[in-house]
Design a protein around this ligand. Structure first.
Ligand code: THG
Length: 266
């Protein structure tokens, strides 16, 4: 499982305050904590500041990469902000995200083409209409694959996001997402799937219980990446166990290594 740490997101109150004060030390603490807890990528999102988003995102990239060697997941719907962030990013970033929004594609595809960046293809139609059913998801996924592969992006660099949405607003959203992952992974061999995991539990009590159960099921459906909180040790343990159980951990080696490093928590 490829883990993208979600904590540097301006929709979170403490992070919003850090950005307003250009608090580099606070941001760098969050970056180190996530890297130390196993994040492969660090997500950076300044979407709560419409007008200053591009300035903040560029600053986040520089500030985070001063202290961690991980690549970043550039989380913005604003093509200009992504373009500026990519210019200062060291190594190969992950662009989050390209959807079927025409205008956004026109801004982003030229910036991505010819690079080796990973790209999240978000299953969201033109004008931002979200999918409801598994069928909706696979339909948008097909369109995204046409656009992304058509732009010359390697399948191994594509992460399709079927969009996890709040279970509390529609009790079908868990199963429709899971069936979407399965359909995508079997139709496009070699592609990856990712999601913002904790969306599923929004508005529910004891969200982490729901997040962990959802993750285990999503792994069974083929999900191989997630934007999530890597400091949740019980979640990280459930991921390691689930991956061993579906045959994605030869000789349970990664699970046993994590045990020896005292990373597991029951
Ligand atoms: N898909 C893609 N990108 C995304 C999302 C997605 N980026 C944004 C979001 N959704 C994923 N990121 C976050 C960041 C913070 C929080 C949720 C999703 C958040 N977390 C709780 C908090 O801080 O209070 C804690 C969650 C928990 O661990 O219980 O607010 O869907 N491509």
């Amino acid at each position: 499982m490829l883990i993208v740490g979600e904590l540097i997101n301006a929709t979170r109150t403490p992070v919003k305050a850090m950005l307003q004060q250009w608090d580099a030390a606070g941001i760098q603490d969050l970056a180190r904590t996530q890297a130390d807890n196993g994040a492969d990528y660090i997500d950076v999102n300044a979407g709560a500041f419409a007008s200053k988003e591009a300035d903040y995102l560029e600053w986040l990239v520089k500030t985070v990469q001063e202290v961690v060697d991980r690549p970043l997941c550039l989380d913005s719907a604003n093509g200009k902000a992504i373009e500026r962030a990519m210019k200062v990013h060291r190594g190969t970033s992950m662009v989050n995200s390209v959807s079927m929004d025409q205008q956004q594609q026109e801004g982003l595809l030229p910036v991505i083409q010819g690079t080796d960046c990973k790209v999240i293809g978000l299953c969201m139609g033109d004008r931002g209409n979200p999918p409801e059913t598994a069928e909706d998801r696979i339909r948008v996924a097909r369109e995204l694959m046409g656009v992304l592969e058509g732009a010359g992006i390697d399948r191994d660099n594509i992460y399709l996001d079927p969009l996890a949405q709040c279970l509390s607003t529609n009790d079908r959203f868990g199963i429709e997402f899971l069936e979407g992952v399965e359909a995508i992974m079997s139709e496009f061999e070699g592609v990856h799937t990712i999601c913002g995991l904790s969306n599923i539990s929004y508005g529910m009590p004891m969200r982490r219980i729901v997040n962990r159960a959802f993750m285990v099921m999503a792994i069974r459906s083929g999900l191989d990446a997630a934007i999530m909180n890597p400091t949740d040790r019980k979640m990280m343990s459930a991921i390691l166990a689930a991956e061993a159980l579906v045959g994605r951990d030869p000789f349970c080696g990664t699970y046993c290594d994590a045990y020896r490093e005292s990373l597991l928590e029951d």
